[in-house]
Design a protein around this ligand. Structure first.
Ligand SMILES: [Zn+2]
Length: 305
């Protein structure tokens, strides 16, 4: 892969093997001393892009060794009702512009369905839709980057659940009454949930967080998600809640019969995630509620939050 080549007209070009010298516009120059390793050509709605990976062997590779403490870390619960809740008690909502763009998208799609396929109007509309898709993807990525910087602004370690999105987007089980009739099973509410999950708490977002952590020399530590929404962060007692309970307003709070803790259930999870995350070590990256319960039982007086 060769860059910085000029064509006879004096334009900057990239030499794509087996294709040609292709003129390009740099969005930023390749830093001095770096060698272009690979180039990936991508087609997007508004044109062609080439993305380079560059390398400078003289740059040292640093491995971060930050030991999390109560003060330099926070736990984050990627929520369903909220985009995320942190253990500092910050509730982060899904920005409204996602919904607005989506609303515009669905309206365009309805219009597209009414047009004759491959007609001129159909082609114009389809292009518009592709551009809107691109806009939504860029808005989302931009927001995820800003959020990642924001979350790392006051801490060095972030504890997160090792999320399995696929489990969360599954359909609810059908509920049958004794007379064989279908009962409400929360799928309607969950359809909205699936949507918000897919457009917000995607694995993509976790990748962004990890990338920013690496860039800032900070850490993301994953925690076993088992039981993080069920146990009390203060006394680790199990307070059963089911996922579908989230839609019943009366169950939105976590209230512990043992120690009397009474708070938002997602906030409880964030605090619990931080608590169990603090038990993790450099060697073993994933800790679980089980470990937390075991540790708290062995050293009755737990010095952690
Ligand atoms: Zn409790």
């Amino acid at each position: 892969m060769q860059t910085h080549t000029k064509n006879p007209n004096g334009r900057c070009c990239v030499n794509l093997p087996k294709i040609a010298l292709v003129p390009l516009v740099y969005n930023r120059p390749i830093p001095v001393g770096f060698k272009v390793k690979t180039g990936t050509v991508i087609r997007e709605a508004d044109g062609w892009y080439v993305s380079f990976t560059i390398e400078d062997k003289t740059t040292p590779v640093e491995v971060v060794e930050i030991q999390p403490t109560e003060d330099n870390s926070k736990g984050i619960d990627l929520g369903l009702l909220h985009y995320a809740v942190t253990s500092d008690g910050e509730f982060i909502e899904v920005p409204k512009f996602f919904r607005l763009s989506e609303h515009r998208l669905s309206k365009l799609q309805v219009r597209l369905a009414k047009k004759t396929k491959h007609s001129k109007a159909w082609k114009i509309l389809r292009r518009k839709i592709a551009k809107l898709h691109q806009l939504i993807a860029r808005q989302r990525l931009d927001w995820q980057f800003k959020l990642a910087y924001h979350l790392f602004s006051d801490v060095s370690v972030i504890f997160l659940e090792e999320l399995q999105i696929a489990n969360l987007v599954r359909r609810c089980k059908a509920k049958l009454a004794s007379n064989g009739q279908f009962l409400p099973n929360g799928q309607l509410a969950k359809s909205g949930l699936n949507k918000s999950l897919q457009d917000a708490a995607t694995i993509n977002s976790l990748d962004v967080l990890q990338y920013i952590a690496w860039k800032l020399g900070k850490r993301v530590v994953k925690v076993d998600p088992k039981g993080t929404s069920q146990h009390c962060w203060e006394c680790l007692n199990r307070v059963s809640k089911s996922l579908s309970d989230r839609f019943a307003a009366r169950h939105e709070r976590h209230s512990c019969p043992k120690c009397g803790q009474e708070l938002d259930r997602d906030y409880n999870s964030a605090l619990l995630i931080q608590k169990i995350g603090l038990l993790s070590t450099q060697e073993e990256d994933i800790t679980s509620v089980k470990t937390a319960v075991r540790v708290s039982q062995t050293e009755e007086s737990l010095a952690l939050p």
